[in-house]
Design a protein around this ligand. Structure first.
Ligand code: HEM
Length: 450
């Protein structure tokens, strides 16, 4: 069934976002309420121009136009001032390299994420989920986003460096936490020079980057010396060859490791944290989820072969990603003058698109703000450009199946054993970040009696 439908748009509309202030443009409105501001732009047109200080950008609001944007990665390449900040840590890794370098890299790295490798990763994921939650006990109050971040760090580190017996104990968690905070700060404040000041935050960021480089350098050297295939992501990176039989250099492998960690840890952790808030606020769905888990798992940890038998768990994850797509605002840059929605866009124009904006369009999703996992019973294949938690086209997330499996396994294992009740207070809101992560919140653990 072709739902959610794409509205027919014989003529796309273009507009300027209202309310620009002299010099600042829309900066204040954006910084004050970024999510509401961006979602509200769809009401003004299909392609909406805005100004963030000196930066002029177009927000692509219509799914058809977003599809055009994402399926022509040579005209609409990765780039622009925000991406430059991410490049400082991910270098020329898969997520940040330009289209010219992307084809080669993607071909080399795709085998690491082939469906056939998923059961192997899932086995490691299940073990790490069990180990990370083993110390939990009745009545504990946990910081949910921090606990989920620890869990996804342990999982991603283990899938990258399975040969390292205590992958979870590497300083990856500390370094990546600091690095991802630093990147987020820099992306929200892309002013030149500020990141070079010797502020405590900048110094911590620099030290974390240095330590992370050292950790990966040592691991790469150990793996190269050892020479065995450990069936993990690092072994895959070391064995990857391009069409000329050339492998990746050590600095290239370092960039890919940091890319996988940055792209994979926070996204899945935030998705899980949002899922807990949504389940707590919707007890009827939670009851049904518990009943599915009791039937299939009966208290044991979830494994890869359980996934086809956990359809409600999968729908909860899909619906969580619709309401809270972690990569909520993404950018592209025009490489050669082109036209979009009838408007000429010169080379260098910055374009933004927002899965959050698209997912909250009432013409695509009836009652868009309602958490309704069952809407996914009828939406089997969303129309292109309407559901983009993992992006679309050549730059679509390479870890989509990996991240989805990880979220489903963690949700299933934890929800089958524990109920998380958020501490009463203000509703959990997204932090004002480049990624839609929840602000810190706590929850009390209660062991479930089946
Ligand atoms: C729920 C979890 C995840 C979400 C919501 C997510 C979201 C996304 C999105 C939206 C993009 C496209 C960005 C763009 O078009 O500019 C992307 C790209 C990417 N993601 Fe994910 N991701 C997740 C998990 C993962 C995991 C687990 C990994 C790796 C282990 C990963 C690695 C990457 C990489 C390397 C790219 C760049 C792909 C390319 O340009 O070829 N992601 N992700």
């Amino acid at each position: 069934m072709p739902l959610p439908h794409t509205p027919t748009a014989p003529h796309f509309t273009t507009a300027d976002a209202p309310g620009a202030l002299p010099l600042l443009g829309h900066t204040l409105a954006f910084l004050r309420r970024p999510y509401a501001f961006v979602a509200g732009l769809a009401a003004h047109g299909d392609l909406v121009r805005l100004r963030l200080g000196p930066l002029e950008a177009y927000v692509v609001c219509h799914p058809e136009l977003v599809r055009t944007l994402l399926t022509d990665d040579r005209t609409f390449d990765k780039g622009g001032v925000i991406l430059d900040k991410a490049r400082e840590v991910m270098g020329q890794g898969l997520a940040t390299c330009p289209a010219a370098a992307h084809r080669r890299q993607r071909r080399m790295l795709q085998p690491a994420f082939q469906r056939g490798r998923l059961p192997g990763y899932a086995a490691l994921m299940s073990e790490e989920i069990d180990a990370t939650t083993a110390p939990w006990s009745e009545g504990d109050v946990i910081d949910v986003p921090a606990a989920m971040y620890r869990l996804t760090t342990a999982v991603t580190a283990r899938c990258l460096f399975a040969a390292h017996e205590r992958a979870g104990e590497l300083p990856v968690h500390r370094c990546m936490d600091e690095i991802s905070r630093g990147v987020a700060r820099r992306m929200m404040l892309p002013l030149p020079g500020v990141d070079r000041l010797p502020t405590p935050g900048n110094l911590r960021f620099r030290h974390a980057r240095r330590d992370m480089t050292e950790v990966t350098r040592r691991l790469i050297a150990d793996y190269r010396a050892d020479g065995t295939d450990h069936h993990d992501l690092l072994s895959m990176l070391l064995g990857a060859l391009d069409e000329n039989g050339r492998g990746l250099t050590d600095p290239e492998i370092h960039d890919q490791v940091v890319t996988f960690l940055l792209a994979g840890m926070e996204t899945t952790a935030a998705t899980l944290s949002w899922a807990w808030t949504l389940l707590a606020a919707n007890p009827a769905v939670r009851e049904r989820l518990h009943s599915e888990l009791d039937t299939v798992l009966d208290g044991r940890r979830a494994r890869h072969e359980d996934l086809p038998h956990l359809p409600l768990t999968a729908r909860v994850v899909s619906e969580t990603l619709r309401l809270y797509p972690v990569a909520w605002l993404l950018s592209r840059t025009v490489t050669t003058g082109t036209e979009l929605a009838g408007r000429h866009l010169p080379a260098g124009t910055t374009l933004l698109f927002s899965p959050h904006l698209l997912h909250r369009r009432a013409d695509l999703y009836p009652c868009p703000d309602r958490f309704d996992p069952d809407r996914w019973l009828t939406i089997t294949r969303p129309a292109p450009g309407t559901y983009l938690p993992f992006g679309l086209g050549a730059r679509r997330c390479i870890g989509d199946a990996f991240g989805t499996a990880e979220a489903c396994l963690a949700l299933a294992t934890i929800a089958s054993r524990w109920t998380l009740t958020p501490t009463p207070g203000r509703p959990v809101r997204p932090a004002r970040r480049a990624s839609m992560t929840p602000r810190p919140f706590t929850a009390t653990l209660a062991r479930r009696v089946r």
